[in-house]
Design a binder for this molecule. Structure first.
Ligand SMILES: C[S@@+](CC[C@H](N)C(=O)[O-])C[C@H]1O[C@@H](n2cnc3c(N)ncnc32)[C@H](O)[C@@H]1O
Length: 224
């Protein structure tokens, strides 16, 4: 298993800034620009871990029945493969076509349904369809002031009866100063955004490799 390259904050900012300026700072288009620029070199992708998110895997193993899962903004695909290996039937989408083509090349034998898609405009057949919906580092990668709120609004709609939403990201605890993206999320904002669901966990944690960054994972259940 390869591990995530530890890039510095300065390197992360430089890579993102290059991709953003190439597409006139468009809030979402720069992702595809970045995946294209990387030309299959995962070291260029600041969030590429190249193995499933361990917090997600642990939480899912303890809290979910096997069923249908949707990964929002799947990046290089390792989280989708992690869930498939647990037995889930997985749909994984990303706004970037370069990224989805890369996933298909990396995992040619997988049965994951890889799709180009936009959380702001989800496919009709996804509505009410999933036992598990996962967003990792997506809401924090979208600026606020409208787009992020619209993205969050779509997520609960994708859950079936009793379906669960899992979010993982950076938490804004008022102490971190960072050149966005990402924009760490406030606990209040998250709780308000999903207040039509039942909150089942909200847990703060830090990763060993970035002990100064406060992170969270949170899960909600749709109870009808
Ligand atoms: C910070 S990366 C996180 C990727 C992955 N979830 C991970 O944890 O490695 C954000 C991802 O969201 C995708 N993305 C951004 N806006 C999106 C949108 N509106 N709909 C779907 N995917 C989006 C980007 O292309 C990128 O792959």
């Amino acid at each position: 298993m390869s591990t995530m390259k530890n890039i510095s904050e300065a390197e992360r900012e430089a890579i993102i800034s290059q991709a953003k300026s190439a597409v006139n700072d468009e809030p979402i288009d720069w992702f595809d620009q970045l995946y294209g620029m990387a030309d299959r070199d995962s070291a260029i992708i600041p969030w590429a871990r190249m193995y499933p998110n361990p917090i997600m895997m642990d939480w899912v193993e303890k809290n979910c029945h096997i069923g249908k899962a949707l990964i929002i903004g799947c990046g290089l695909g390792d989280d989708a493969i992690g869930l498939e290996n647990l037995g889930f039937s997985v749909t994984a989408f990303d706004i970037s076509k370069h990224c989805i083509d890369w996933c298909k090349e990396r995992f040619p034998k997988s049965n994951v349904n890889w799709l180009v898609g936009d959380i702001l405009n989800p496919e009709q057949e996804w509505i009410g369809n999933f036992d598990l919906v996962v967003e990792i580092h997506i809401l924090q990668a979208i600026p606020d002031g409208g787009i992020r709120e619209r993205a969050a609004e779509q997520m609960p709609k994708l859950l079936n009866h009793n379906g669960q939403l899992l979010c993982i990201g950076r938490l804004d605890n008022g102490e971190q100063t960072i050149q966005p993206p990402p924009w760490p999320l406030q606990e209040d904002w998250l709780k308000r955004s999903f207040d039509m669901l039942t909150l089942t966990t909200f847990t703060e944690f830090v990763n060993q490799d970035s002990p100064n960054v406060t992170r969270y994972y949170a899960a909600w259940r749709k109870q009808v």
